[in-house]
Design a protein around this ligand. Structure first.
Ligand code: ATP
Length: 239
């Protein structure tokens, strides 16, 4: 269970000034929940992930309340988070060990739809979608009851992106609390029960997925939806 109330992150600059790129964010992810978080570039999405996992830069000042029951783990945005010199299976086992657990990497990879051969693969031998799955596997190997997936579909082709989103929805259906941070509003709406919208580090609103698109009332959320669905429609026509 994850509960964030009025979360703010500020940075003390070298000249003593304080900037506050994130303020007033609240959200809850219960076991079995699949929630979404969206915002443009620089909206503060990664700051939230870093605040939740205790990985904010040292000059960050955190305020608000973060309540976590059970373990929380991050599947990071960049596949470069994987050790380029270690095989995927060994990386999953290592994360489990660091969390004080023993894991069965083969079972975990099978659960995430990865072929057994991927256990022995180095990160550069994995496709983008497979590497994203390995990142999710390393997070789950910690025994986390809450998973934060930071941009899980970034850089993937549409089919691989759909498969990753279906996988995350499946994890939620099995009882994991899942927070998906993404730029991809149509996929978030298709996968999650609600989407929290951020704009320049401030919350705009949290909208039930069922409200998209007819029930949208906030002009920012509407513009975000129109921009992304227009592109998809026009692209489909052009093809
Ligand atoms: N160490 C830091 N010092 C000062 N400001 C920072 C620091 N780290 C991040 N920020 C600021 O916080 C804001 C939010 O950054 P963040 O990386 O969370 O955005 P984001 O929503 O994840 O963007 P993107 O989608 O591009 O990754 C940005 O304006 C960024 O400049």
């Amino acid at each position: 269970m994850l509960q964030i109330e009025d979360l703010s992150v500020a940075f003390r600059q070298h000249d003593g000034r304080l900037t506050r790129p994130l303020a007033g964010v609240s959200l809850t992810v219960a076991p079995g929940d699949c929630a979404g978080l969206i915002g443009g570039s620089g909206a503060g999405k990664s700051l939230i992930a870093e605040a939740l996992t205790g990985t904010l830069p040292r000059n960050a000042e955190l305020s608000g309340r973060i309540g976590v029951s059970g373990r929380i783990a991050l599947a990071p945005q960049a596949v470069t988070a994987l050790d380029p010199l270690a095989r995927a299976g060994a990386q999953i086992a290592r994360l489990a060990r660091l969390a004080g657990r023993s894991a069965d990497p083969a079972a975990l990879m099978a659960r995430l739809g990865l072929p057994e051969a991927a256990l022995r693969a180095y990160p550069h031998e994995l496709s983008g979608g497979m590497a994203k799955r390995v990142l999710i596997a390393t997070a789950l190997a910690t025994g986390a009851g809450t998973l934060i997936a930071d941009e899980p579909t970034l850089g993937l082709d549409p089919e691989a992106a759909d498969r990753i989103m279906a996988l995350l929805a499946g994890l939620a259906a099995e009882g994991t609390g899942v927070l998906i941070i993404s730029h991809d509003l149509p996929r978030l709406v298709a996968t999650t029960t609600r989407v929290t919208v951020l704009r320049e580090g401030r919350p705009v609103e949290t909208v039930p997925a069922a409200a998209f698109p007819e029930g949208l009332t906030h002009p920012f959320t509407r513009a975000l939806w129109d921009a992304q669905t227009w592109t998809a429609t026009e692209w489909a026509k052009a093809c």
